[in-house]
Structure formats: C-alpha cells, structure tokens
Design a protein around this ligand. Sequence first.
Ligand code: UD1
Ligand code: MG
Length: 468
Amino acid sequence: MRAAIVLAAGKGTRMRSALPKALHPVGGRPMLEWVLDAARGAGCSPIVVVVGHGAESIREAVAGDDLLWVEQSEQLGTGHAVAQAEPALRAAGFGALGVGAVGVGEDRVVLVLSGDAPLVRAETLERLAACAEQGWGALAVARVDDPGSLGRVIQERDGRLARIVEVADANTEELAIDRVNSGHYALRCPALFGLLARVAPHNAQGELYLTDAVVAAAASGLEVRCFELGDACEAWGINDRADQARVHHELNRRHLAALMEQGVTVYEPDRVTVEASVTIASDCIVHPGVSLLGATRIASGCTLEAGAWLRDAVLAEGVTVLPYSVIDGAVLGAGASVGPFARLRPGTLLGAGAKVGNFVEVKAATLGPGVRASHLAYIGDATIGAGTNIGAGVVTCNYDGERKHRTEIGDNTFIGSDTMLVAPVKVGSRSITGAGSVITDEVPDDSLALGRARQRNLVGWSRRKRGK
Ligand code: UD1
Ligand code: MG
C-alpha cells in the first residue's frame, strides 16, 4: 500500500466565500472528493488529509475509513501543510519517519496532492508514483494554454528540474512560461520532511513552499523527474470561481463523453449538466438544456426533452420527460410520461404508463399504473389506483392550516375537472365525481358523487337588467 497526503487547509481567499474552498462543488461533488477518489483509485491507503480553514465542516462533509485527518491550524504554506502530516504517517506505520538523512535508502514514495486540483485521474497518479520510484521523486507538469495562477516550471536543458516559480514571485519573462506544476507529486518520505525543515519563507507571500523542498531535492542531486501529463487539463487547479467553472465544465464533459460511449444520445453536450453520481443506460436521448443531478438513475430508452431538470430521480425503461419539467426525488415506472411543465416533488411514485401533463404538481403521492392527470392539478399526500383519470384543475386539499391529510382514490375512477378533494377523504373504485364538486365525504365504489350547487337558469334576467 502507498500513502497519500492531500492538502486542503487553505482558505481559498480568491473564492471570496464563506464555504471552505475544498468543499466547493465541481461536477456535483466537493472538489476534495475528486482528489480523494483519484488517490483511492491509485491504491492509496491511508490518505492523510491536511485541513485547517473550515476543518470541522470538511470532516463532516467528506468521510472515509481510509482518511487520517491532520490539522494545520495556521496556513503557513503548502510546505508547512505537508510537514503537519508527518506524525500521522509515522503512526500509520509508514517507516521510521523523522527528520532523517536525505537519500533513497529506506524511503518510500508518498503521493502529495493538492486538494484543489481535482481533474487528475487515478491512472495518472499510478504512473506518477511509478515514475518517482525509478528515481527519488516526481512532479506532474503540463504545458497549458492559460497557465493563470499556477506555478511555472523551469527545466534544465537535459530536462532536470531547475526551479518552480510562483506567480507572485515571477517576473514577466517567467510569467510567459506555459509549463506548469500541477500540484501532484510523488516524493520520498521521510527524506521529504528533512528537506521541508530547511525551507524558508523567502518569497512574496511569506509562505513555506512545498515546491522549494522539491527544487532543493533536485539541487542536492536527487533525481526529481518532471512527469509530463498526457492530458494537460489534469493540471487545472481551482483558485477562483473562473477556475471552478472551467474544471466543472471539464468534469461534465468527461461524464457525458463516457455516457455517449455507453450508447446515450446527447445532442449538444455543452448544453447538458450531468453530475458525478448520475447513471443513464443506453438508448436514452438527452436534449439540450437538461440537468441531471444527485443520485438520478435512468434506465434504457428514456427521452429527456429540452429543459428537463431531474434530481435524485429514478426512471424505469422508456419514460418520456417532456420539456421544462422538474422531477425531484420521484420514482417513475416504465413508459410513464411527464410534462411539459410538470413538477414531481419528493415522494412521488408513478406507476407504469402513468401520465402527468402540463402544470400538474405531485408531491408524496402514489399514482397507480395508467393514471392520467393531464392538466393543471395539485396532487399531494395521495394514493390513486390504477387507471384513474384526474381531470383538469383537480386539487387534493391536503392542508387544513395545521396538518397534512391524505386523499385515497381507487382504481378506474374518474375525478371530474375542478374537483376539490378535501382531505382526509376517500373515493372508491369505478366512481365518478361531477366537475366542480367539493368532496368532503367518502365516496363508495361504483358511485357518482356531486358536491356542488345545482344550476338555476333565470330566463330573460340579463335582458331585463340591460333594459333598466
Ligand atoms: C500551488 C503550487 C503551485 C502549483 C499549484 C497547483 C506551491 C507553493 N505552489 O499553488 O506551484 O502550480 O498549487 O494547483 O505549492 N494549502 C494548505 N495549507 C497551506 C496552503 C495551502 O493545505 O498553508 C492547500 C490548499 O488548500 C490547496 C493546496 O494546498 O488545496 C494548494 O494551495 P494553493 O494556495 O491553492 O496554492 P497555489 O497558489 O494554487
Ligand atoms: Mg491552488
């Protein structure tokens, strides 16, 4: 097993946020989680996570038996952060660590990762570690179009690492360098800690730089390899909201590319949002403007039309979601159809072939197979049997001002347009309620319920009024 140290103590000042930077989401998960998963994927255990700013909330949000938490109470720089991990690594049995002699000897390669660079892949980390194992250590570098706030890497003619210059310390010439340090390293411990102990904060930010220790190792003659990232975007770190947007876009792109590979049609990937844990089976069609969030699971053959918004939704085979529908925490049976402009709230269960049409809101309700609620209705806290039709304008009056009550309707019943079902109330099977009825009492099976004033026609009344 190989250990990893993940740095996540920084405040992330440039995010200008009350939320610790490590918890800012990209692709639907906190950025730190992506880094931890890459480390796990590369076989790392334990993973020492260095936290400081917002430590408590990070520990709460990101859990794992393989994580060892270390606190860096003052954020004195990345070098200082790594040094804080030493006792935890030693306690975890990672050698007789200490400020030891600099040399390969008994040292073991440990991955050191920035918690704010979440695009790195597990395979990349494995190769980075393998690269380091051939010498003393390695850092991942990449040539990028927009080096932004990343540290610039300067190599000797023979490729050896010469310097890493932070933007705050760089001159114009150095700023123009497009080779950057991605913030992912494989370095030998405990030698690394010996090097860190000699780092001084002689830089524009007054910080103890991890990069200085890496450069010092190279300067002392240890073989520090620059591991070129095949995919340069793996180097993108997140220091501000623009970085966050760019990384989020890339994670979204990767997920959609994988889904397309698995047989999902996505007409305009740049106009679709799909979060990390969403799954979509083959032969689904995703139109532009669709958002698929949280734990949404979509079976094969579903169509999601323009503007559909799904969170924690479960769709069986062949469901159609028509434009601009919101489906939140609902479970939809095979062949169900929703929308356009429908809203399914948590606790909604649609049976196979059920249809919920425009401007219908459903909450905590079970609609049996083949139920139709095609227009303008509110169905809350209800159970509706198979084949029942809910007319336009029907409302389950579930709230009495203090408490919620349930409505129960049997199979193959016809609820006439504009029926008000004053809950708690039951309507039997194969019954009918007259349009505009206010139903307050139980309706038995096989009945017609009329709960409205009878119409009176006063013939000639309006003519007489006009004549006045
Ligand atoms: C750092 C590197 C830079 C590299 C970039 C990659 C240094 C000096 N610079 O710059 O060369 O290109 O990452 O993304 O290392 N952190 C702590 N404690 C601290 C300071 C930082 O845990 O005291 C953590 C941060 O939370 C963050 C990571 O270390 O996750 C990197 O720190 P950050 O301040 O973002 O450094 P960069 O300026 O991005
Ligand atoms: Mg950073």
